[in-house]
Design a protein around this ligand. Structure first.
Ligand code: ADP
Ligand code: ZN
Length: 730
């Protein structure tokens, strides 16, 4: 497809990242331009960049239309990418400038190369070491060999740029001219992969066929953790690279990328390009450019990698496709899994959705014939799924202030005697979820949010999990000022760690929780140590449920299996089912068969029973039937609307006005609920009011919502956010 060309002076429409709701008219610059070209244009007194979107609309005074300044030295945005941005904008009701920002989020794209200097560890040592200097050097060492821009390095180390300059003078930091962005080392798809089992080979062959066909298709690749899903989809990557096309692998967590990069290197002889928030700005720009210039064959990244300007994208893998972190909850509210399918359909690419516990959405899409499905039936090697049992907490004698039942204690004892590892799982960070004054009953809450402050005893602070506010633990009650009466109520992982240490004084107990590690690298190091046997008992949050390998682990004890079942969230059952199975999957990956013990006060609850029996298809079918009966996703459509404002009355007034003006919604048969205070009614000092819209699957929801919301003017300090297919109901 060739993009239309515009001769110098012709009227063109340019999409910029300026928050305006239209494409602006300009005249084509000297030498002309084509649709998709990145251009620089005058905008008031400034110059801004944009993309030529097509012909100008011509509805602006021709005498006032200015000329674009120049075409930038960047690969043009291809037509499928422009269409993708437009379709995501329509689907998520996002203005196009915000979409363009998402697609050009690489700093310094337009800088000429000579302007940039980068800084990395030099050979010298500073004459005198100061804490600030040490922070800079530690940071550089932690990112071995990587170059940083000056401002970035200073910011990350929390020092002024003069500190960096001082280190340059002593030779401890090297200042270099930034090299032109260079292509990534080539990956060799012809290197031999592992010898696949029959199951795996069958699945790999089907994926290769899809790639060879050169058209769109989506396949759900389902298999328990350790069944070789990664090995299988790496075969699809190999086929894609052999076909000369690019591949993208999305991972839900940065902490998982390091292990994956190593596997790619072993399989293809070099590391792929990386795209996520932990990558330096220099590397981000290189990645963006090389993806566009076909100098990167494979990208491993977080959800926003979906908006990279691929030259010829042939495959998108969404690993752990059920993971909730694929939903962006800030700014552009998109679900990367669903948008991956859209992008692939526009690029004639294949999608592989890999999971041990697929989302109900994907399961239903398979039932309806929209997606293909491949199953890996067993774990690779001798390991089998763990034996799963419930511990009925109603009959266990557990002293108050304790959470580990005698039955679970006995099982851990056995593992200790055999030199095997146990995992105690609780999806709650911190020491205790609630701090209560026993004198007056006061609960310590956050100043800015309607949320409790959570005690983090290891960090010696209280922390708000909504806004991140921290405060020292007070000595006296902030309400009644009585001293020594503040008590921790309920368990978090830190408290379970304390209990485990007391129950098993000779065991090495360690805790894995995201807040206890300063960097992804520190966390990864600790995980590797644990995998090699540096602990006997691991106490962890859902962090441990995500794909890490612990070969010596043979017991998983779930402290509170009922925790996820209490929410009002329509996905509560699904989430609990997925999480419990993921966690149980940590047990017994190597030779020894594992056991998973679920502490529960309601062991006959259908979800707990389904988890124990392992009847996944039965669970999905029942869950699907319930959702269909209720007319909720994936059988009906939903949109969540959150209005927030520093002024509660203002937020409610706006919500009430919207509720009265519901004609556009009624016209498509949609139902409107609310306004009501959001479950967390105040975050960071802003009051939050929610409305919920429910519609039939086939109803034109987006256009109705757009028409509906356009009837009101949102006051300057208020915000109205529309979330299509909401995942979180907070
Ligand atoms: P999953 O992605 O389903 O969790 P992996 O692909 O990570 O599974 O496989 C689990 C482990 O088993 C990995 O260490 C992997 O290298 C190994 N493995 C899987 N299949 C094979 C095979 N056919 N030959 C050798 N090792 C394999
Ligand atoms: Zn807060």
């Amino acid at each position: 497809m060739t993009s239309p060309r515009f001769e110098e002076g012709a009227l063109i429409g340019v999409l910029t990242t300026q928050p305006l709701d239209r494409v602006l008219d300009y005249r084509a610059p000297r030498g002309g331009c084509a649709a998709g070209d990145h251009v620089e244009v005058p905008f008031g007194p400034r110059k801004v960049t944009g993309v030529v979107w097509g012909q100008g609309a011509g509805d602006y005074d021709p005498a006032k239309v200015k000329s674009a300044i120049r075409v930038l030295d960047l690969p043009p945005m291809r037509a499928p990418m422009r269409e993708f941005l437009g379709r995501v904008a329509d689907y998520t009701l996002t203005p196009m400038p915000a979409m363009l920002r998402l697609a050009t989020r690489a700093p310094g794209l337009t800088d000429p190369p000579g302007m940039r200097k980068i800084y990395r560890r030099g050979h010298g040592q500073p004459a005198r070491m100061t804490p600030a200097r040490a922070r800079v050097l530690d940071l550089l060492e932690e990112h071995d060999g990587l170059g940083f821009m000056l401002g970035e390095l200073a910011d990350l180390a929390g020092v002024g740029s003069s500190v960096v300059k001082g280190l340059v003078a002593s030779g401890a930091v090297a200042e270099e001219e930034a090299p032109r962005d260079v292509p990534y080392p080539p990956l060799d798809p012809d290197m031999a992969g592992k010898a696949l089992t029959t199951d795996q080979e069958l699945a790999a062959a089907r994926l290769r066929e899809g790639i060879a066909a050169g058209r769109y298709g989506t396949t759900l690749l389902k298999g328990v953790t350790g069944s070789g899903k990664t090995e299988v989809y790496l075969e699809a990557v190999a086929a894609c690279l052999k076909a000369g096309r690019q591949a993208l692998v999305l991972l839900p967590e940065i902490a998982l990328t390091a292990e994956f990069l190593t596997r790619v290197e072993a399989r293809f002889g070099a590391k792929p390009a990386e795209w996520h928030s932990g990558v330096t700005t220099t590397e981000r720009r290189r990645c963006w450019k090389m993806v566009a210039e076909n100098g990167a064959q494979l990208v491993v990244g977080a959800r926003s990698a979906l908006f990279l300007p691929f030259h010829d994208l042939g495959l998108i893998v969404v690993d752990e496709e059920h993971d909730t972190s694929y939903k962006q909850e800030d700014g552009v509210l998109y679900n990367a899994r669903d948008m991956a399918v859209l992008r692939a359909s526009l690029e004639k690419a294949q999608v592989v959705l890999a999971s041990a516990t697929p989302s109900l959405e994907s399961w239903v899409n398979v039932q309806q014939g929209k997606y293909a499905r491949l199953d890996l039936e067993s774990r690779y090697g001798p390991a089998v799924m763990p034996e799963m049992r419930a511990i009925d907490m109603r009959t266990e004698e557990v002293p108050s202030g304790s959470w580990i039942s005698p039955a679970l204690k006995g099982a851990v004892m056995q593992r200790l005697e055999r030199g095997e590892q146990s995992l105690l799982f609780l999806n709650r960070r911190g020491y205790a979820p609630l701090t209560l004054c026993r004198a007056c009953g006061h609960q310590i809450g956050c100043k800015h949010c309607d949320a409790r402050m959570v005690e983090h005893r290891f960090l010696k602070r209280l922390m708000c999990h909504q806004c991140g506010e921290t405060a020292p633990m007070p000595e006296t009650c902030p309400n009644c000022e009585v001293a020594g009466k503040l008590a921790a109520v309920g368990p978090g992982v830190e408290r379970i760690t304390e209990e485990a240490q007391a129950l098993f004084p000779d065991a090495r107990v360690t805790v894995l929780s995201s807040d206890l590690f300063g960097s992804a690298r520190a966390l990864k190091t600790r995980i590797l140590e644990i995998a090699e046997g540096a602990a006997d008992i691991v106490v962890g949050t859902q962090l441990v449920a995500k794909g890490h390998n612990f070969p010596k682990l043979t017991l998983v004890g779930v402290i509170d299996s009922d925790l996820g079942l209490q929410g009002s969230d329509l996905r509560a059952a699904e989430r609990t089912f997925q999480l419990m199975r993921q966690v149980a999957g940590r047990a017994g990956r190597a030779e020894a068969r594992g056991t998973a013990l679920l502490q529960s006060f309601q062991p006959e609850h259908p979800v707990i029973r389904a988890i124990l029996s392992g009847d996944e298809e039965g669970f999905w079918a029942a869950e699907a039937a319930a959702r269909r009966a209720a007319g909720v996703p994936p059988y009906g459509r939903m949109a969540g609307i959150v209005i927030s404002s520093p002024d509660m009355q203002q937020a409610f007034d706006l919500g009430n006005r919207l509720a009265r003006l519901d004609a556009p919604l009624r016209r498509i048969g949609a139902q409107l609920f609310g306004p009501a205070p959001a479950p967390i009614a105040r975050v960071r000092g802003r009051h939050r009011v929610r409305l919920l819209v429910k519609a039939e699957k086939t109803a034109p929801l987006q256009s109705a919502l757009a028409e509906w919301a356009a009837q009101v003017r949102v006051p300057a300090n208020a915000r109205l956010a529309i979330d299509i297919d909401p995942q979180s109901f907070l």
